[in-house]
Design a protein around this ligand. Structure first.
Ligand SMILES: NC(=O)c1ccc[n+]([C@@H]2O[C@H](COP(=O)([O-])OP(=O)(O)OC[C@H]3O[C@@H](n4cnc5c(N)ncnc54)[C@H](OP(=O)(O)O)[C@@H]3O)[C@@H](O)[C@H]2O)c1
Length: 327
């Protein structure tokens, strides 16, 4: 697989990474542990070098899984994790106090079975803690060799600038995909100017953009998508029109809708590295293969036209989660 630089940070990673969250968290019951470890190791075999987790996924179990899977392969991979939710609970509010950041770093290092976190993201901007204090704390962890690079997630432009002035930010991880393009206006110009990489999360629209989900799909109880306005039955029914157009473009190219969604992100900027998640080996292969798909200007025009023709229904987050993004 080709590699890409995450901005001017010096961090080079596979053009497509693996989002590990769904192996233990958010999308129904956790995957079988042995299968999940095999999937992560298969990703390394396929050339994936960027693996994404967070203390809050599980909580803790996803880091433990990633740590176990990658321990024998540690020298070949980049491990990214995140701090910033109170008590490692995404429903308990935010906590980026310096003492908490240090405690998470130490605990994450243990769970990940490693002596360094390659990329340590603040999961959400905490309005109670100045971003300079957060950046300074991560900067000291960098000086100590416990963290190699600093990242932010769902931060706004002003916060990115202030953080970057204290401790260089290697990457921003925020939602970005065919059906969520707000970052193009809000943060991407800043990322380009400052030389910061962009790691789109939910690049497959949490599965919807692949065509594998429709209005009849029943999610398991506890599946996070049950809480998202964009995944209400009505929204899914309306948004099916977008998937149909993407599927038609994919068929014309002899690829899959998931591959169009990923190849489109890769075509936007050379410093973009999407991290699709999957629990299935055949889908891992499908997603990884998207790194080799070059979309032509005509393909990109066709995708733009399809996106312009369909209005996406449903907010991406419920109000409480929405308040935590873009700050
Ligand atoms: N920073 C943040 O706040 C934040 C938020 C959300 C996610 N993330 C990170 O981003 C990663 C990816 O995001 P995500 O998991 O939310 O969404 P995603 O990658 O857009 O979609 C994952 C979903 O798509 C399905 N899928 C994957 N490949 C497929 C394919 N080729 N065909 C059909 N279905 C496919 C998966 O189901 P199967 O498992 O059944 O294949 C899963 O349900 C996460 O793992 C996590 O590391 C970060």
């Amino acid at each position: 697989m080709k590699t890409r630089p995450l901005g001017r940070s010096g961090l080079d990673v596979s053009a497509i990474g693996l989002g590990c969250m769904g192996l233990s968290h958010a999308y129904g019951p956790a995957a079988d542990r042995t299968d999940a470890i095999a999937l992560i190791r298969l990703a390394v075999e396929r050339g994936v070098t960027l693996f994404d987790t967070a203390e809050v996924y599980g909580p803790f179990t996803n880091e433990e899984l990633v740590g176990e899977a990658l321990a024998p392969l540690r020298e070949h991979v980049v491990v990214a994790t995140k701090f910033g939710f109170r008590d490692a609970d995404a429903n308990a509010g935010l906590d980026s106090r310096p003492t908490r950041i240090r405690a998470v770093a130490e605990a994450s290092l243990r769970r990940l079975r490693t002596d360094r976190i390659d990329l340590f993201y603040q999961h959400r901007v905490d309005p109670a803690v100045p971003i300079e204090d957060v950046a300074g704390t991560v900067g000291r962890l960098v000086e100590e060799g416990k963290v190699l690079h600093f990242g932010l997630s769902e931060a706004g432009s002003e916060t990115i600038r202030r953080a970057h002035a204290v401790q260089p930010v290697a990457a921003l991880q925020s939602e970005y995909s065919l059906w969520w393009r707000e970052p193009e206006e809000t943060v991407m110009p800043t990322l380009e100017e400052l030389g910061i990489g962009f790691v789109p999360f939910s690049p497959l629209g949490r599965g919807f953009l692949t065509g594998a989900i429709d209005a009849d799909t029943a999610f398991a109880s506890g599946d996070f998508r049950n809480t998202l306005p964009r995944f209400s039955v009505e929204a899914r029914r309306a948004n099916q029109a977008l998937v149909e157009r993407i599927a038609a473009i994919a068929a014309g190219r002899g690829v899959t809708p998931a591959q169009i969604a990923l190849a489109w992100l890769l075509a936007r900027k050379s410093w973009i590295v999407p991290i699709p998640g999957t629990t299935k080996r055949h889908r891992l292969d499908e997603n990884v293969a998207a790194a080799a798909i070059e979309l032509s200007p005509a393909d990109l025009d066709g995708i733009d036209a399809a996106l312009a023709a369909v209005a996406v229904h449903g907010d991406r987050y419920p109000p409480d989660r929405q308040r935590q993004v873009g700050r």
